[in-house]
Design a protein around this ligand. Structure first.
Ligand code: DGJ
Length: 726
């Protein structure tokens, strides 16, 4: 349907003449999610339901839902109780965090728009609102995607003659009043996306990123659920801001009976000034819900996989050279590593940091994207040729947004460095950030990347970003640039992808400091964390996976002593923890003996066999397992098979531990349990019965009765495959 009230925009639309009564409450649904929007009560859209698909979507029921959600007036309040709407402002009596704020040089702060146009189908709607007094026209887009995700975005047009300064713009997602527990993530380098929980009481819980990238401490998902919600059960709603610059998410509960999550970009002072006749759009803010976090995250995975640009071919098993050689580059060393890699079945060889001019350590060279002539007198040709001859793809590390002051680029173009004042911003890893919004800087970097991609057979870029953007201005006394920089980065990625078809790009930022669906709409995987410690990785991978599908998460088998933690780990533990993602190796394989390399090769063979299941399956984290044991798995899309890992993180309270369940399998099918890897029994233990006498069970029994886990020492893991019997 499409209706317009353009002619009426000057008048107050008390009666909504342009919308027939049955169209004043709209219903969008897809992928098991319904969203009901009341267009009538407040003259701006009010989302009155976001969650399970309606059983009855007749006009009477829709109207019933809308009417039943209207608040009463109460003593001591406004004559009309204000409520959360898509444009919640003081102008409408809303006293919670406004969804939009701005002004015209200190005046014209009041905003109170009215709906003038509605266009809707069963999955999506566009509602145009006008505030002629404020000189603003708003275009609200809402869409329910194939997986049942709710997407929202707003465009603001300045319809007046003077500049409009936009200070804040959030998209709000109402949550059920009984969702009284919050979950978000925080962290730091080597510990990204660590979960934290708190009560969702009256007031605001605010999380902001001011790093010019989401940051290692960013919350990848802000969720509100029923108390004690877990992965398998408990109604929960969450949001994610699909944006790679500064952003803000908040959870708010107000005394007038609204609870909601909201998110959007975080603007620096004066960062967004909309010229007369111009518009600005927010990034998409995406909401998901589920009975448990497994279902909530599956919606993200489903929709991300449904995009045409989602990587379709089997994820190539990758070797990254960083922890194998660091800056110790040279043909002999890397050629030996390539031989060892090919011999164990590696399919993609990625040359990390250290290959370009003057880059012997991390103090200099960033910006000079020419192959170092001293180390590589014949360019990278000998190495790329060797890697390709061995049947592997070649990938290259770059950090295009960065520059070392000690570089030819910085010396030639000091004005290309982002700064807000004469002195350079706080340094990090001895580097600064290039002003990609400067067309000359952009062109220079784009051309260098095109040249490299054209000269060499490079099918993969590992795109690093090792510095927060702080005090990031266009020059001394200049304008804030994080937003423009982020948009320029997106343009650059789009340009590279369109000029080099088939090129894959990995988002790395000191490990996992740039993990968001804005970047992942343009890149093909993330480097999940610089921590390769399998024990640390368990939580990191669990919570990153709330939003990111497993095949987009880089997971590498590490060296016997983990570089970032000093922990000694077995190859079996390391490989089991890396198995449920985009599998790779980050270790100097030339230092391993033949027998060890054979074990590496066996894990790679297994990872190749399981990767179709991993790339299309449903991720399951199991609740209620006793502390010390982690159980997770992936069930194939057709439920014909599944793979689960049981990881002993620490000793368990019970010894031997009680039975564990494997939910998510097809309830009516019978599965055979096959152990793919497990530690040898200690002489003190008797054999595991179901390893001696193979058992079969239905999916329902596995999900409700379960099996005794093998007795394991801390830091040991077992991998089990479930195969449906016919
Ligand atoms: C940080 C990344 O996370 C590492 O994997 C590696 O690429 C280094 N940068 C290289 O400088």
């Amino acid at each position: 349907m499409q209706f317009s009230n353009e002619a009426l925009q000057e008048s107050v639309m008390d009666d909504f003449e342009f919308l027939a009564a049955q169209d004043r409450v709209i219903h969008l649904h897809h992928g098991g999610t319904s969203v009901v929007v009341d267009l009538e009560s407040e003259q701006v859209p009010v989302i009155v339901h976001w969650g399970e698909e309606l059983l009855d979507s007749s006009p009477e029921t829709l109207r019933g839902i809308a009417v039943a959600a209207r608040p009463q007036r109460v003593s001591g309040g406004f004559d009309r109780t204000a409520r959360l709407s898509v444009v919640a402002t003081e102008g409408s009596g809303w006293l919670g965090t406004p969804t939009i704020e701005g002004h015209r040089a200190g005046a014209g702060f009041s905003i109170k728009p009215e709906i003038i146009e509605v266009e809707a189908d069963e999955h999506s709607a566009i509602v145009v609102l006008d505030d002629s007094e404020a000189g603003l026209r708003l275009r609200w887009e809402i869409e329910v995607g194939t997986g049942g995700l709710l997407h929202q975005r707003m465009t603001v047009r300045n319809a007046a003659e003077s500049d409009y300064s936009l200070d804040a713009l959030h998209l709000a997602f109402p949550t059920p009043w009984d969702a009284t527990e919050l979950l978000d993530t925080t962290g730091h380098h080597l510990r990204e996306r660590a979960a934290q929980r708190r009560s969702f009481t009256l007031g605001t819980h605010l999380r902001e990123s001011r790093r010019g990238r989401p940051g290692a401490d960013a919350t990848v998902l802000l969720a509100a659920g029923r108390p004690g919600f877990g992965f398998e059960s408990g109604r929960v709603h969450g949001i994610h801001v699909a944006w790679s610059g500064n952003h803000r998410v908040l959870a708010e509960r107000v005394v007038s009976g609204d609870a909601f999550l909201a998110g959007g970009e975080l603007f620096a002072p004066g960062e967004v000034v909309i010229a007369a006749g111009s518009s600005v759009s927010t990034p998409w803010v995406i909401g998901s819900w589920g009975d448990g976090l497994n279902q909530l995250s599956q919606r993200f995975h489903t929709e991300w996989r449904d995009r045409p640009q989602h990587p379709q071919r089997p994820r190539p098993v990758t070797l990254n050279t960083w922890e194998a050689v660091y800056f110790d580059h040279g043909f002999q060393r890397l050629s030996a590593l390539a031989d060892a890699a090919a011999a164990v079945g590696i399919e993609r060889f990625v040359l990390d940091d250290g290959w370009f001019t003057g880059r012997r350590d991390d103090t200099r060279g960033l910006g000079d994207w020419e192959v170092d002539a001293e180390i590589w007198p014949a360019g990278l040709h000998p190495l790329v040729g060797k890697v390709c001859d061995l049947g592997m793809e070649f990938g290259l590390w770059v950090e295009p947004e960065m520059v070392n002051p000690d570089s030819d680029l910085a010396r030639a173009h000091p004005d290309w460095i982002l700064r807000g004042r004469t002195s350079l911003p706080h340094s990090a890893r001895q580097q600064q950030v290039l002003d990609l919004a400067n067309p000359d800087a952009y062109r220079h970097i784009a051309d260098r990347l095109h040249a490299l991609l054209s000269e060499y057979s490079i099918s993969y870029l590992k795109w690093d970003h090792n510095r927060d953007l702080v005090d990031a201005g266009s020059g001394p006394g200049g304008a804030p640039r994080v937003r423009e920089h982020t948009l320029a980065l997106y343009r650059l990625l789009d340009e590279l992808k369109s000029k080099h078809p088939g090129l894959e790009i990995e988002s790395c930022a000191s490990g996992g400091a740039r993990v968001d669906l804005g970047i992942l709409d343009r890149m093909d995987r993330i480097w999940t964390s610089d921590s390769l410690d399998p024990i640390e990785r368990l939580e990191n991978q669990r919570y990153t996976g709330l939003v990111v599908p497993p095949e987009m998460m880089g997971m590498h088998l590490t060296s016997p002593v983990v570089h970032s933690s000093g922990r000694a780990v077995s190859l079996e533990l390391s490989a089991a923890v890396a198995l449920l993602g985009h599998f790779g190796v980050e270790w100097d394989l030339t230092s391993a003996d033949d027998a060890t390399r054979e074990r590496v090769a066996a894990w790679i063979t297994l990872a190749k066999r399981l990767r179709p299941l991993i790339a299309g399956g449903t991720v399951v984290h199991v609740d209620g397992v006793e502390p010390g044991i982690d159980v997770r798995g992936i069930v194939a899309a057709d439920a014909e098979s599944a793979v689960f890992t049981i990881t002993q993180v620490a000793t368990s309270a019970a010894y031997p531990a009680g039975r564990i369940r494997f939910p998510g399998l097809h309830p009516a099918r019978t599965y055979e349990l096959r152990i793919l890897s497990r530690p040898a029994d200690d002489p003190a233990q008797s054999p595991l019965a179901w390893a001696e006498e193979p058992v079969t069970m239905t999916g329902r029994e596995l999900g409700s009765i379960g099996v005794r886990p093998p007795v394991q020492f801390p830091q040991q893991a077992t991998v089990i495959e479930f195969v449906s019997q016919h």
